[in-house]
Design a protein around this ligand. Structure first.
Ligand SMILES: *Cc1c(COP(=O)(O)O)cnc(C)c1O
Length: 431
């Protein structure tokens, strides 16, 4: 099994190269050359498997011929060591909780799996691999926890004073192979530094660097596992299922589409977005126009040019009519998002983060239009990660889960740095 670029200007590559380079040279995105279907018998029996076993079987089918099954089994079992429970809110309405991993967001699935795949591929190489990541908050936490205690070094750059205290603690308190650089600038400055390092050929001759970019195929693949797990947990599979995904870069949604291509019975998807509404506009007008992103309460979805659109178009074609057969998309602003948080609490006593509330609103609309369906909306972060917004909206306290409460008293360790490339470069070479 090889991986091609969605722009098709470069040769297909093996999984190892796709994972270590992250992006093809033609600026496309890697896709598996074939999405193999699973047996119908297997899909009928998924409720009998535990999550790790199910995830392994899906991975083994998708990645056939890339990694020996036994090795892949170890990787998956090590990566997927937390649950994805399906919570029934009422008949035919379910919430799939994806926030039970170490950083309390669904990005843990991608980060943990990618870290283990990368470790596996570089384990026999003499030179140590260093991952450089710029973060505006959430990605850094998942990547830090995902790579923690692997044999890959991670250097995380974050903008000083511009991420929440808890987010900062998630990056700066681990130690060991995780180093946090606190940059006296913005997220864009952090990204610029990382980019400069990747373009610095002299540096790259002296050290091996890679990125943990969200568009890496190794982050996408494990996200398909939990769609199988969702269907496996349904009480009754006779009604057609719609999954609603709160979307920013559309990686999560794309993983669901891959699961469907593998034969998982999901009838339809809803991409629920915040005020950053490039995708629903595209579906409506068949004209794709990226925009500058606008800040919202569901800030992990503040994306004005969703990168995985290339993969969606690769699956369904660039005409939005083809996409609409599989995906609907609606946008919700901040006041609707808050009303969604309140409604989930008033109706079901369910405390949700703003991203999850956006998904709920999309799910509700779909089920109103399709009353003979059942709906699963994805909850992508623990509400305590957005505690200020949730407490203010509900007018009551939200309890910090243990994983976050423990961070409060830990001491932050970061290296303060300017936005100049020279000291950053010197630091990298001195490691
Ligand atoms: C990253 C993120 C999203 C958006 O996911 P995409 O795969 O980029 O569409 C939604 N919710 C939360 C909490 C996130 O961290």
């Amino acid at each position: 099994m090889k991986f091609y670029s969605t722009k098709r200007q470069v040769e297909e590559v093996a999984l190892k190269e796709a994972v270590i380079t992250g992006l093809p040279a033609d600026n496309g995105l890697f896709m598996p050359e074939q999405i193999r279907k699973l047996d119908q018998d297997f899909i009928e029996g998924i409720a009998d498997l535990d999550f790790e076993e199910l995830a392994f079987r899906v991975a083994d089918r998708l990645l056939e011929g890339t990694i020996p099954s036994l090795d892949l089994r170890n990787i998956v079992f090590d990566a997927i060591n937390f649950k994805a429970p399906l919570v029934e809110l009422e008949k035919d309405l379910y919430c799939l909780e994806l926030f039970h991993g170490p950083s309390l967001a669904f990005k843990d699935f991608g980060a943990r799996f990618m870290a283990r795949i990368m470790s596996y591929f570089v384990r026999e190489e003499k030179e140590k691999l260093t991952i450089l990541v710029a973060t505006s908050g959430d990605t850094g936490g998942a990547v830090a926890r995902g790579f923690y205690e692997t044999d890959i070094d991670v250097v995380i750059l974050y903008p000083s004073g511009k991420i929440s205290d808890l987010q900062e603690k998630q990056l700066t308190t681990l130690g060991k192979n995780i180093t946090a650089l606190e940059i006296e600038g913005t997220f864009d400055d952090c990204q610029k530094l990382v980019k400069s390092a990747f373009l610095d050929e002299a540096l790259r001759k002296q050290m091996k660097i890679s990125s943990a970019n969200s568009i890496n195929i190794a982050r996408l693949i494990p996200q398909s596992f939990y769609y199988f797990r969702a269907i496996a947990q349904l009480a009754d599979r006779s009604k057609p299922v719609c999954c609603t995904v709160p979307s920013g870069n559309f990686g999560n949604l794309t993983a669901g589409l891959i699961a469907k291509e593998m034969g998982l019975p999901i009838e339809h998807f809803v991409a629920a977005v915040n005020a950053n509404d490039v995708f629903p506009q595209y579906l409506e007008t068949n004209i794709y126009e990226s925009k500058a992103s606008v800040p919202t309460l569901s800030n992990a979805m503040d994306v004005g040019a969703p990168s995985n659109l290339q993969r969606i178009q690769d699956l369904y074609g660039t005409d939005s009519a083809g996409i609409k057969k599989n995906i609907s998309s609606w946008s919700y602003d901040d006041s609707q998002t808050k009303a969604g948080i309140r409604e989930l609490y008033d109706k079901y006593k369910y405390v949700a983060c703003p991203h999850t509330a956006v998904a709920y609103l999309g799910m509700k609309k779909y089920l109103q239009e399709n009353p003979d369906h059942q709906g699963v909306f994805l909850s992508t972060a623990h509400p305590a990660k957005f505690i200020d917004i949730v407490e203010e909206t509900l007018g009551q306290k939200v309890e910090l889960p243990k994983a976050l409460a423990e961070l409060v008293d830990l001491k932050k360790e970061s290296i303060l740095m300017s936005t100049d490339y020279a000291p950053f470069r010197e630091y990298l070479l001195s490691r």
